[in-house]
Design a binder for this molecule. Structure first.
Ligand SMILES: Nc1nc2c(ncn2[C@@H]2O[C@H](COP(=O)(O)OP(=O)(O)OP(=O)(O)O)[C@@H](O)[C@H]2O)c(=O)[nH]1
Ligand SMILES: [Mg+2]
Length: 509
């Protein structure tokens, strides 16, 4: 389960690394590395640190639990300047864990015979550490304590009747480990110096401080490292239970994960679909920026010109060129596109907690530079595609116009020939046929021209809406490639991060 959670945390880091500031992910990275390292080491060992303010009796208690004097106890404060370790069991087996925790070889000690007494045999696997104080004038002690506390499985906090309410303990040290309550014990030491009712009073006060500090689950015991009453026995049996259960390391790492996951919780919010498509507003925005109304007008105008030319009286027929598309003004277009991208990003990031909206906006704007060229290219290709079409009915009317013109020409020739024959006094046959052909041809031409005008207007409108529809779908493609896909990548990352964090939190499914 822990390995699954660590994996999920790594998945979260991978999903978010492009979109979150690196220092936000640093705690997750540290916990992940630390957990993997600790899991790869012996789980038969339980590493327990004795920590607390200077002079509370940490070293004395360490020695009392070890049953021999390992760590010097003194009157000079602080006495202990570096960590000491006592191993119950084989020192070689414990060496890798001690290397990792960072105990120098010269400060490692072993219970000579771990089986010399019944209560000691129960502690086989225990690695007890005596830490320097965290509150003395020696500044590097605090850093050393912080480093060691990050790597141990259990912590015994030792306080004394003078210092149990110490501000830095309750405002800094303990709150930093609020998620680690089930791997901590509080020992109110030196209670041999107090009367029994005083001990009860101080202990009750200490418990209240713990509850107020959100540490209600941390047990507090009265101990004396010198006279060793019941408190020390109780501590020893707690250690024995932890060592036999061999779960302290896992519980500690799991508390580490809880803490880091809780710190990341605000980075994810509701579940949203990862897939998004270019919406109507976005395409409207691109269409306006690309000057779509003017373009479709120009296409309709050009259609009318081409249709009129194709269906007109054939004699002075000219071939009109493609429509002239005035390019939209660059700065205006850029501003319009930028605005459309922003508005789309805001819709695409709806419901996402910070900093995702900013990431979506950045992504949606990431290809903005190349968008104008892409739009212009797509528009030009689409318009050109519409330009090459010649409808069948243009040819039909055009052909009919040729016929009409031909008939009129033949009729004119007929009349001319008849007139010449008459001048030279030769007999003329059927002069009427020429007249019919001429008038009929001209009449048909005029009629065709009159009929085709409204037809052309209507067809030009139809062509205009066709090209508008085509352009909108082409714009949708461009939008997908340049704006939607990059934004979608971020949404996918969000979805992945969200599910990874749920798994890392230990939730199933
Ligand atoms: N009466 C009494 N004296 C104690 C007890 N525990 C420790 N002492 C005394 O308190 C003084 C400090 O003890 P240490 O064990 O050196 O304290 P420490 O917490 O290790 O101190 P640093 O190493 O400086 O952080 C010594 O004189 C001990 O003899 C106790 O339970 N009762
Ligand atoms: Mg000490």
């Amino acid at each position: 389960m822990l390995a699954i959670r660590i994996n999920a945390l790594d998945r979260f880091r991978r999903a978010t690394s492009l979109h979150l500031p690196p220092d936000w992910l640093e705690p997750a990275q540290q916990v992940s590395v630390r957990a993997s390292e600790r899991l790869a080491l012996s789980r038969l060992h339980t590493v327990v640190a004795i920590a607390g303010p200077t002079g509370s009796g940490k070293s004395t208690m360490f020695n009392a639990l070890a049953g021999m004097t390992i760590s010097p106890v003194g009157v000079r404060r602080p006495t202990t300047s570096g960590v000491y370790a006592c191993v119950w069991g084989s020192p070689t087996d414990a060496a890798p864990v001690l290397d990792w925790v960072g105990v120098p070889p010269s400060k490692r000690f072993t219970r000579e015979s771990p089986l010399d007494a019944d209560d000691q045999a129960g502690l086989r696997g225990l690695v007890l550490l005596d830490l320097p104080d965290f509150d003395s004038i020696e500044r590097d002690h605090a850093a050393e304590v912080e480093r060691l506390l990050a790597r141990v499985d259990l912590v015994i906090w030792v306080v004394d009747p003078q210092k149990y309410a110490d501000q830095s303990l309750h405002e800094q040290q303990l709150p930093a480990m609020r998620t680690h309550q089930d791997v901590m014990v509080m020992a109110l030491n030196q209670t041999d110096l107090l009367a029994a009712d005083e001990t009860e009073q101080v202990l009750a006060d200490l418990r209240k401080l713990l509850v107020d500090g959100g540490l209600a689950d941390v047990p507090a015991l009265a101990t004396s490292a010198v006279t060793g009453p019941a408190g020390l026995m109780e501590l020893r049996s707690r250690l024995g239970r932890a060592v036999t259960a061999k779960r302290a390391a896992l519980r500690r790492l799991s508390a580490d994960l809880d803490e880091v996951v809780a710190g990341l919780a605000d980075l994810v919010g509701p579940e949203v679909p990862a897939e998004i498509a270019p919406d109507r507003e976005l395409i409207d925005g691109l269409a306006a920026a690309a000057g779509l109304p003017a373009i479709t007008e120009a296409v309709a105008w050009s259609y009318r010109r081409r249709a009129s030319a194709a269906t007109a009286w054939p004699v002075p027929r000219t071939q009109p060129g493609p429509p002239v598309l005035a390019p939209p003004q660059q700065a205006t277009q850029r501003a319009a596109l930028s605005l459309a991208a922003r508005a789309f990003a805001a819709r695409a990031a709806d419901q996402l907690p910070p900093p995702w909206p900013a990431a979506v906006t950045d992504a949606a704007r990431s290809r903005l530079e190349s968008l104008p060229a892409a739009l212009a290219g797509a528009v030009a290709v689409t318009v050109a595609g519409h330009q090459t079409r010649t409808p069948w009915w243009w040819r039909l009317i055009g052909g009919a116009q040729w016929l009409a013109a031909g008939a009129a020409a033949v009729g004119l020739c007929w009349l001319l020939v008849g007139w010449v024959l008459r001048v030279v006094a030769l007999p003329v046959t059927q002069p009427r046929i020429g007249l019919i052909l001429l008038v009929g041809g001209l009449g048909l031409g005029l009629l065709l021209a009159a009929v085709s005008q409204p037809l052309i207007w209507w067809a030009a409108r139809a062509a205009q809406s066709r090209v508008a529809a085509d352009l909108r779908s082409v714009l949708a493609e461009v939008a997908r490639e340049y704006l939607v896909s990059p934004a979608q990548e971020v949404r996918r990352a969000y979805t992945e991060a969200r599910s990874a964090l749920r798994t890392a939190a230990g939730e199933r499914g």
